[in-house]
Design a protein. Sequence first.
Length: 172
Amino acid sequence: MRHLIACATALLLAACSHMNGPTGATARAVLSPTVGNSASGTLYFTQQGDRVLVSGEISGLKPDAEHGFHIHEKGDCSSPDAMSAGGHYNPGKHAHGRYDQREHHEGDLPSLRADAAGVAHVNLVSADFGVGTGEHNVIGRSVVVHRDPDDFTSQPAGNSGPRLACGVIQHS
């Protein structure tokens, strides 16, 4: 009987760990300002089961303002305006939309809200992408902060204006 209980417990634990997915992979994006701007910061991506925790801080933003914030398809921030990062990361070919709605790009993130000092603190969890493995791996993609708030309706990118900062997501 003890053997049967031990086997059942082991199977249950294995099934639960499989449902949660990989855990522990980490990545980092160091955001640098585009030409004529001062926004910069560091974001951390931590795989936690089937979700990713994105945390960090971005400074040099317009105080008390909202800014569009997205993962972009290319890990290339080399152009002065960060247009080299391409469009929003969207492997599912979805319409642009709110991060918390059913229809949205995998790279759509909640807008950043800068405080009175022009600093935005990031702390969000997403099941739309992964770190290091899987079909929606964001390693090698970029993170972009925009000047204006995302309207979450304009296609294909939410009308959030010029790119203020860009950073490539890399294993850490």
